[in-house]
Design a protein around this ligand. Sequence first.
Ligand code: 3PG
Length: 306
Amino acid sequence: MKKILVATVKPFHPDAVEGIREICSKAGYDFNLLEKYNDKSELLEAVADAHALIVRSDKVTSEVIEAGKNLEIIVRGGAGYDNVDLKTASDKGIVVMNTPGQNSNAVAELALGMMVFFARNQFNGKAGTELRGKTLGVHAFGNVGQLVAEIAHGFNMDIYAYDPFEKDEVIRKKGVTPVKSAEELYEKCQYVSLHIPANGDTRESINYALLSRMPANATLVNTARKEVIDEEGLKKVMSKREDFNYISDIAPDCKDEMAEKYPGRFFFTPKKMGAQTSEANINAGLAAISQIKNYFENGDKTYQVN
Ligand code: 3PG
């Protein structure tokens, strides 16, 4: 009997967990749940006899993969798989997948929600500003970026996008103006919303040179990854420009310093909550177990990322 382990420090919504349990029971799989674990030793123990592992942002290091002696497949219920050691998984012949698009709407709604919250001075009663007519730069036009643009149209924002991996015509079809470089995007846009993955090319790529190009009353919105930000560059632009704001769904390492020095210009969620909706969890959780079932039963590797 195949053993499926769902290991999530930040649990899926209970309905998502129930859905996964149900699919496992119908398929004849043994369902195991490890939630809110505090120590990696708990994960190492739980994964020991699992054939399939479903995680969120949980760190699937080489140690975890080595401990999973029976592992055949790891599915990251979500988009970014920078938390999984792909090399070790590949060396051991383990398939790694993500569930692209399944939680994108939740992240996109949060990005716009944070923009409104911030433009209205965190709802403190003081007069704020509106999003209507402001320029918005969507940095990477994947699943989340496209939905951000779709929602931003409702606010009547003037939307631009930069994505070297997407055709201009695809961007134009969504009523968005494509630009040729990140520099051009940052120069044009008062709001920039980040949707790039964290990898060797993007790590610390959002730096002072780029951020300082943004026009007056600039706001950088990060619902992607903290690793893509060059924090020294961010701190430099925050200190040089009183009109520069940073709002993030991922606390930067320098959060205490930023909160102390720039109150009212910096906001971060206490816990990454872009994908924290029942809908996103149900979509991603059920997609994860369905992909596992399809792999076990049909060898389907459609969403393999390694
Ligand atoms: C993702 O990559 O899918 C999002 O960042 C959500 O991550 P989470 O499942 O850890 O909330």
